[in-house]
Design a protein around this ligand. Structure first.
Ligand code: JD8
Length: 437
């Protein structure tokens, strides 16, 4: 790659003789030239600026000097390669790793470093019409600098390290922040294993590569959720495996079809009535065996899961309803309903026995840990109301649900017949003790 930098402060770019970029220049991987803009002035004062048309403070860099300089630099190219003309400015598109990756694919970059109040706007307009030249006004961040040189240093380092052969071990490019994974990097450690009373996390000296990789992924997810939730929200759902989703769930996130989003789990309120009934009507049929006719299901929904029923449930002191909702849109994602002091099938005594009557999550967010969070919330609430055990019935054919409850500590304690719209259904009954605190 060839990079040309035009500036009135060539020494500002001296750091590019150092470190990896310096090595890349000396090894020929990068052809970098720094030019003094004043070399293209025509007056003995080598003037590059003048007063702004329309008045105002400061000076503006002259288009004629820039024109002479850019024409010369752009023409100095045997192969006539297309060039990207970068014009740093606080109003440009903000540089990201994606931009750096794009620019690393170019054959040639020319960077026009402005000073004063900036470069006459006609320069960018003019070269945008020049064949083989793509003009991009870039910014390195939402703060104001005095010129474009610092931005040139940033761009050149961010691009050069992506060029083949510049970074010794290309592997290290993979796992870094803003890299392909789209996550911030995990914390790193080296010798000594103990420093000023701070120990290195044990897993890192365990030699167990799988556990190390998982630990690092979890830390990267945690850091990104805490520091750059905007980056997390951009992740593609299929980039997140079940372990990732469990970590995100513990951090208060669920994985929506459009990507990770924050979800709140809270007690249901009267304002949720209509949305609750709609969610219940949409999810209950999914837990019913195909053998159960649609009429029976519809009859059950109409009599037990309609708005009037939920309005009643929400004012019944013996019922605890919790919902999971998208933190931004408020859309309901899942819900639970617990009936306090409800005797387990086959037992008389109901005191201290809570029934998990309903636990449903929208199918498009299954596997995102929301059911686990809802179960934890409603179980804790039942425990706080004195319940010592919680039981539920689920259709014998619903293996997914049974697996979920058994993974959550429930054990099979019996069977029951559950009437849906007048049709008896075989349920397996599971129960688990409630441990408060
Ligand atoms: C180029 C002149 C100074 C800017 C009057 C202060 C980039 N992220 C960034 N912040 N600032 C710049 C930047 C500032 C520049 C020039 C880049 C040329 N200035 C001007 C407008 C207000 N002075 C930048 N990339």
């Amino acid at each position: 790659m060839r990079i040309d930098v035009l500036t009135i402060f060539p020494d500002y770019l001296a750091p590019l003789d150092l470190s990896l970029v310096g090595k890349a220049r000396r090894s020929g991987l990068l052809d970098l030239a720094v030019h003094d803009l004043r070399d293209w002035t025509a007056d003995r004062h080598r003037t590059v600026d003048d007063t702004p048309f329309g008045g105002g403070a400061g000076m503006v860099m002259r288009p004629d000097v820039w024109g002479e300089a850019l024409d010369a630099v752009l023409a100095d190219d045997d192969a006539g390669q297309p060039a990207v003309l970068l014009v740093p400015g606080p109003g440009g598109e903000v540089l990201t790793q994606r931009t750096a990756e794009e620019l690393a694919g170019a054959r040639r970059l020319v960077i026009a470093c402005g000073r004063y109040e900036g470069i006459d706007a006609r320069v960018a307009e003019h070269y945008a019409t020049r064949p083989g030249v793509e003009v991009r006004e870039i910014s390195i961040g939402d703060y104001v600098l005095n010129g474009g040189e610092v931005a040139a240093l940033v761009v050149i380092e961010a691009v050069a390290r992506l060029l083949p052969g510049v970074v010794g071990n290309p592997e290290s490019l993979v796992e870094e922040s803003h890299g392909a994974a789209g996550l911030l990097e995990y914390p790193v450690y080296t010798k000594p294993p103990e420093w000023r009373g701070h120990a290195v996390p044990e897993v890192l000296t365990s030699g167990h590569h799988g556990k190390v990789a998982r630990w690092r992924r979890d830390r990267a997810l945690e850091r990104t959720a805490a520091r750059r939730p905007d980056l997390l929200a951009r992740l593609a759902p299929d980039a997140l495996d079940p372990a990732d989703r469990r970590v995100l769930a513990d951090l208060g996130w669920y994985v929506a079809p459009e990507g990770p989003r924050r979800a709140v789990v809270r007690p249901a309120e009267p304002a949720d009535t209509a949305a609750l009934a709609a969610l219940a009507a949409a999810t209950f049929p999914l837990a019913c065996p195909p053998s159960l006719g649609a009429d029976a299901v519809a009859a059950f929904v109409a009599t037990h899961l309609d708005e009037a029923s939920f309005a009643r449930y929400l004012t019944d002191p013996q019922r605890l309803l919790h919902v999971a909702a998208d933190e931004v849109t408020g859309a309901l994602l899942g819900y639970t309903m617990v009936v306090l002091d409800s005797p387990r099938p086959g037992l008389e005594e109901g005191a201290g026995s809570a029934e998990l009557s309903k636990c449903y999550v929208r199918p498009d967010v299954h596997g995102s840990g929301l059911a686990r969070r809802l179960l934890a919330a409603c179980t804790a609430a039942a425990g706080a109301r004195g319940a010592e055990t919680i039981w539920l019935g689920t259709n014998v054919a619903n293996r997914r649900a049974r697996r979920f409850y058994e993974r959550s500590g429930f054990t099979v304690v019996g069977r029951r017949t559950f009437d849906v719209g007048g049709v008896p259904n075989d349920d397996v009954v599971l129960s688990t003790p409630i441990t408060v605190g």
